[in-house]
Design a protein around this ligand. Sequence first.
Ligand code: ADP
Ligand code: ZN
Length: 753
Amino acid sequence: MNLSLATPPPLSGAKNAVDESQAVFVPGEHVSVLLPLPVETAYDYAVPDTETLVPGDVVEVPLGRRFEVGVVWGPGQGGVAPARIKTVVQRIGVPPIPAVSRRFIDWVAAYTLQPVGTVLRMTLNPARRWKPQKPATVICAAGPSLATAGLKPTPARERVMAAVMRAREFATLADLAKAAQTGAGVVRGMIDAGVLLQKPAGPKVLMSPKVTMSAPALEPDQRAAVAEIAAKLGKGFSATVLEGVTGSGKTEVYFEQIAKVIDAGGQALVMLPEIALTAQWMNRFMARFGFAPTEWHSDLAGKQRRANWLGVIDGSASVVVGARSSLFLPFKNLQLIVVDEEHDSAFKQEDGVIYHARDMAVVRAREGAIPIVLSSATPSLETLVNIEAGRYARVHLPVRYGQASMPQVEIVDMRVHKPEKGHWGRAWLSPPLVQAIDETLRAGEQTLLFLNRRGYAPLTLCSTCGHRLHCPQCTAWLVEHRLTKRLQCHHCGYNAPRPTACKHCAAENSFVACGPGIERVAEEAQARWPDFKVRMVASDTLDRPSAVAELIDDILSRRIDVLVGTQVLAKGHHFPHLTLVGVVDADLGLSSWDLRAAERTYQLLHQVSGRAGRADRKGRVLLQTHDTAHPVIQALGSAAPEAFYASETAARRSLAMPPFGRLTSLIISGTDEIRVTAVGRALAETAPRGEGIEVLGPAPAFMALLRGRHRHRMLLRTRRDVKPQGLVQEWLAKARIPSSVRVQVDIDPQSFF
Ligand code: ADP
Ligand code: ZN
């Protein structure tokens, strides 16, 4: 997205969150309350006799026969008969949602064409079904002794008294009982007799974190980068791209900015593409700052989630690290946003509210008048164009830190170097790669074999009749997983055991595996090097955070010699003994007709390559390819990717593709294909027309069937100066869409299948 795109489309006044921090609504007045439901506007309610309310207050309101928690969005909008206006039940005891968050919610709703209530839900969710917390109590000595209270001084009671005297107070009855090695009944009896007192706890003093002094001495380039970005703190909105090869110290540089924000008493948000896999990042953060950042991602348990949310809104969480959704947190005093690996497509949320978290982060920074840092070794083309146009500043770290040099990249032509079959069956590792692994193992170093494909084989077919096993609910082959002994659909989760007979030709035991997944490459590696430890790593083998920590520990302490993994290993990790990266199939992903296929493949393979040789050992990267002349392969092989980026940019410009034009996808889906087709045809008839507007489709999507739903696509391409939101809104308002068919709008689509 371009910043110029980021001018909010006009909003209807009614929906706009009221901003005047002075506004106070008194009993009897009407306020509009936005609910975290798929609603387009806020509803009017009366302020109760017992409260005054301000914009942003979180309130409980009646809704039909139930109750819902919403946010005061502004004054009442009128238009409802006064008799029908219901009264707010109560104000929930959390700080009000700040004005900047409310403006941001309005903006995102208008830009993504989502109901504003649905967007609010991302901000408010932990406050819904709010239960007032029971006031915390402590147990302490009440004053009277056992004897004065008429209690027999049994050994258990004596121990309880001693424990209370020592610790002064206990948070719970159970804690005290445990400390005194007795039962809760004994303690309860002493409370009843008035020897012990359970009283409200005094206010908890929040410790503001102290930035510890373990900051490294910076290199001149790093120092310059820190100074340049630091100059923008507290100076309003700015966007800076922190570009530098893997290992150049980008993380160290933005840590410095975070330290400054903490010192100034503000909050910083760091967005990472896959927060669940960032154990190493967390450790580094703690080593640098001496405290743990506040995490925000979908795996947080309810209680922790609520505590973290409260920390964000009351300002006690000074650094938040999170996935996409962290952007919607109601920060009290956000002063800096960092988007690490800004090019990563994981920042695009593809369901629910469809939004690009990197783009929306820029908008959030602008709304909050704060700086944003976009960090990457391989910035997205959109970001590079924004630098060229002067909308973003660029800070560059040209070399790896310390002794580390960039790995040497070798291209292996698979048409020449064919893998040799072994006793285990087909092989996927070419002789040059096998030799490189041999050398690496002999030197006591580690190898990463990269293949972005989970499972054993991506396709299973009958060798008698050629029948291919596909998912009954999706346009997708079933992927064989030998570990779980199942065939799996990677799109919907469907799975089944491998059939013994082909249901088309009835041949028995005729199914064969085609192509490699990481399980198959791991099998080959273990067969070739039986004395070495081979470990397979994919998102499905790292389901717990502790699994990630264990894996990293195993790698660092060299209990693994060969890692075979998908892109989960590509991100952010730093393994000093890993000196060889073998890309098993560099062409994977290039054959896709996706607009960004080449760019994505380049970014991913560059990132994977960056895992090699990060300490004092030089790294080597071998890329196995059938297409040595491909611009992406050439760019990876040379140290100068500029030519590749330049040709990609030129191609997009000449085709008026993003960021030089804008795309909006409409995905029409339903279980009844005839209806889906009919809606598509109807939409085509009423499609917007005019200068700089072009509509493609409808046509069956690449994934024509997904989770049992038929899917057709339309693509609206508009010139940069034409805003698609208004066009699409008008277009859909005209259409009659039966409830059995869903039309999803994806502004700035990243995914095209
Ligand atoms: P990037 O984020 O660009 O990949 P990092 O910040 O992770 O780079 O730095 C790579 C490695 O070099 C890390 O282990 C980091 O601690 C170390 N490093 C970078 N700069 C310095 C420095 N000035 N002093 C000490 N270590 C550094
Ligand atoms: Zn499926």
